[in-house]
Design a protein. Structure first.
Length: 358
């Protein structure tokens, strides 16, 4: 799995999940559509026929009741005519209900309904002459009139029997539709179960494998980063696969190698700095010794300068005194010069006088 990128794996996982959701959704939609179709079929066919059959049963009961009313009121023309009108109306309604039950798809009850239509006509044909005789007063009593309707009663009994057949057929159709609904529900649940099982068998292992392929390199990268932060640059770097984490591990390995080279260069530079620092320390010691000597010499020089200063001061004082003495001597010399001039002059005069004397 590491041979595929994480993006590709994520897109693939999304595709797998969407495919499984499509399968599950398709199964659900198929089941819902099938159940809806069966429900609609039940409503349009079995339920509709059941309702129409109930109406037909009520109409048949009304038909029998109106027939009895005609017999009972054979001596009352108005009530007889009213009962006859109701009987005819109910008969026509029954004929319409039979036609309505035959609408739609041709099934087993249509043949029975066709037979019932024929029997209804036979029943009507058997009742109408008797009713006409009742209206004409052709019977002495209601018992005689009722006995004349024996053939019509047989046809009515046949209609009742056919109605029971139709009821059985409709019940069987409803049971078949219900059984098909149950089967469809079971098939839908089976499809859901298969889809969920496929989802579990596909999504769970692939998700775990994908998680392992992502988390394990991340853990290795974390361990490598922690080791680098602690200064350990000897951790092995395992590069596997072609995904983004592989490039991350490769980059971390290159960073570790670069840091190792930098540390090595720093170590060499540090050693050079150590040697230079030792030399600088030795020079500093020598300089310190020389500085101490220079300081001692400076102290001696300062002392000598102090002595020279004292001597210069003394010399200055002596020079001043000498200057004063020189000035005094100059005055004395000047005075002596005058004296000497006077002596020279005296000597010259003496010499002159001596010459004169000689």
């Amino acid at each position: 799995m590491r041979h595929f990128s994480i993006r590709f794996r994520m897109i693939g996982a999304i595709g797998v999940v969407l495919a499984l959701l499509f399968v599950v959704g398709s199964a659900g939609l198929w089941g819902m559509q099938r159940m809806q179709a069966l429900s609609q079929e039940f409503v349009d066919h079995a339920f509709h026929e059941t309702v129409e059959l109930s109406k037909l049963r009520l109409a048949m009961a009304d038909l029998s009741r109106h027939e009895k009313d005609m017999v009972i009121h054979y001596e009352s023309p108005e009530q007889l005519s009213l009962a006859n009108m109701k009987w005819e109306k109910t008969r026509d309604e029954i004929a319409k209900l039979m036609e309505a039950l035959q609408q739609g798809e041709a099934d087993e009850d249509n043949a029975v309904l066709q037979q019932m239509s024929v029997k209804l006509k036979d029943y009507s044909a058997a009742v109408e002459p008797t009713v006409a005789n009742i209206k004409a007063g052709g019977y002495d009593s209601a018992t005689v009139a009722n006995r004349m309707l024996a053939r019509a009663h047989d046809r009515y009994a046949d209609l009742q029997a056919d109605m029971k057949k139709i009821e059985a057929i409709i019940s069987a159709e409803a049971a078949a539709v219900q059984a098909e609904q149950v089967s469809t529900g079971q098939q839908t649940m089976l499809l859901f179960g298969i889809a969920v099982a496929v989802a579990v068998l596909v999504v769970v292992p692939t998700t775990l494998a994908n998680m392992q392929s992502i988390c394990r390199p991340l853990d290795q990268a974390q361990q490598l980063a922690v080791a680098i932060t602690r200064g350990d640059l000897t951790q092995p770097v395992r590069v596997e696969g072609k995904d983004e984490l592989t490039r991350l591990m490769s980059a971390l390995g290159e960073m570790q190698a670069s840091l190792a080279r930098i540390v090595s260069q720093v170590r060499l530079t540090t050693d050079s700095i150590g040697v230079a620092s030792a030399e600088i320390a030795s020079g500093n010691q020598d300089l310190s010794s020389r500085t101490e000597q220079a300081a001692s010499s400076l102290q001696q020089t300062a002392s000598s300068i102090d002595q020279i200063t004292s001597t210069v001061q003394q010399s200055a004082e002596s020079a001043r005194q000498a200057s004063e003495m020189a000035q005094a001597n100059a005055a004395v010399a000047a005075r002596g010069g005058e004296v000497v001039g006077e002596v020279v002059a005296t000597m010259q005069e003496i010499n002159h006088r001596s010459q004169k004397i000689g």
